[in-house]
Design a protein around this ligand. Structure first.
Ligand code: MN
Length: 207
């Protein structure tokens, strides 16, 4: 039985137009995200089988494959909820105060997250996260789906920098795509994730 399932988008495929076309959203959700869900489920089964092997190396490659696919599933599930047809503008309340405290201003923060996202070499994500050891917000640059972030950080706002997220519409101009993402950010969702992470109960999407 599958452990993970593909969540529905919280809006229609075309709801984020013109910033993101329905064609991109349908492919991104139905093909790419679905592949990570299947990959995570398949790899769990393979790990269960490999775990019965006497070889200590039988599971090593599979663990990396699980990390890639499971993280891809988690990040896309958050990404869909981070965006909204009614998004944009700026956060308020405690999230706004924390952004000012840790990055100086909203402008400085948005510039840094944009730079982290556009500067990903190859495929990855720009991430605003909550780092629990220091209790602060942190910007991280995630390679593929599972590399280059601190253990324990909770993603609050994630920007997909994989070419599949924008190439059909923005071609090679990743900065234009990232600039438009800001018009879609669902700040109440990000603020809810921030509050939950600080309370020690990070809100992840459904499985
Ligand atoms: Mn993606």
């Amino acid at each position: 039985m599958a452990v993970y399932t593909l969540p529905d988008l919280p809006y229609d495929y075309s709801a984020l137009e013109p910033a993101m076309t329905g064609e991109i959203m349908q492919l991104h959700h139905d093909k790419h995200h679905a592949a990570y869900v299947k990959g995570a489920n398949d790899t769990l089964e393979q790990l269960a089988e490999a775990g019965e092997s006497a070889s200590p190396t039988a599971t090593v490659g599979l663990e990396k494959t699980l990390a890639f696919n499971l993280s891809g599933h988690v990040l896309h599930s958050i990404f869909w909820q981070n965006l909204s047809p009614d998004g944009g503008d700026r956060p308020d309340g405690e999230l706004a105060a924390a952004i000012s405290e840790y990055f100086g201003s909203f402008e400085a923060f948005s510039k840094r997250l944009s730079t982290a996202t556009t500067g990903v070499q190859g495929s990855g994500w720009g991430v605003l996260g909550y780092e629990p050891l220091s209790g602060r917000l942190i910007i991280e640059q995630l390679y593929d789906h599972h590399g280059n972030v601190g253990v324990g950080s909770t993603p609050l706002l994630v920007f997909d920098a994989w070419e599949h997220a924008y190439y059909l519409q923005y071609r090679n101009v990743r900065p234009d795509y990232v600039a438009r993402l800001w018009d879609l950010v669902n700040w109440p969702d990000v603020a809810r994730r921030f509050a939950d992470a600080r309370a020690g109960t990070p809100s992840l999407p459904n499985r």
